[in-house]
Design a protein around this ligand. Structure first.
Ligand SMILES: [Mg+2]
Length: 197
């Protein structure tokens, strides 16, 4: 990985900064979607009424999950470290703005820019990464994206950023491409501290 310190960082929310128990299986069941497949993709062709009904269900689960959320290991240390170094942070999530704002308020974090599914094409599309880079005044190649799912890696990679996958188990060689070929895999956000010395 390029050894220059990133000038901006774009984080996913759920599973990356927030230890939130979003039960996607329960959401799928309640909406009436097929098991195992991503929710927003399944709703892509839904009509306005079906989409509105699904949004009500998703938002109820999302609000509940963030109300009960804690911080992932190393989150407070890393975000404090970035704030001290004046490295701006963006949030890119398939969740909603209200939930990001609740999280920021609860844990007294300050995010310079936020992009949610309400703002345009969602991950794995690169649109949100590019929009956030512009708002953070950093070029994609100077920006690090951090997330816990393959869509996070794919979005960052397609935008031209360096990508970090947060995951408890290391990727096997067979999984590496499937998970978007991240530049770095870490099991705790704490492992990113040395990048910003
Ligand atoms: Mg996530």
């Amino acid at each position: 990985m390029n050894s220059a310190a990133p000038r901006a960082v774009i984080f996913d929310l759920d599973g990356t900064l927030a230890e939130s128990r979003l039960d996607f299986d329960a959401i799928r069941t309640e909406i009436g979607l097929a098991p195992g497949l991503p929710i927003l993709e399944q709703l892509a062709d839904a009509g306005p009424a079906e989409r509105a009904r699904a949004e009500v269900i998703m938002r109820r689960h999302e609000r509940k999950a963030i109300a009960d959320a804690t911080l992932t290991d190393g989150c407070a240390d890393l975000l404090g470290h970035l704030a001290a170094r004046k490295i701006p942070i963006g949030i890119l999530t398939r969740n909603i703005r209200e939930v990001v704002e609740t999280f920021a308020r609860t844990f007294a974090f300050r995010f310079a820019a936020i992009y949610t599914r309400e703002d345009g094409p969602h991950k794995p599309a690169p649109d949100g990464v590019l929009a956030l880079c512009a708002q953070l005044s950093a070029r994609p190649q100077e920006t690090l994206t951090v997330g816990d799912y393959k869509f996070d890696v794919e979005a960052g990679r397609r935008a031209g950023c360096r990508t970090v996958l947060l995951r408890a188990e290391p990727l096997t060689a067979a999984e590496h491409a499937e998970w978007g070929s991240p530049d770095l895999v870490v099991s705790s956000l704490r492992e990113l501290l040395p990048l910003f010395r």
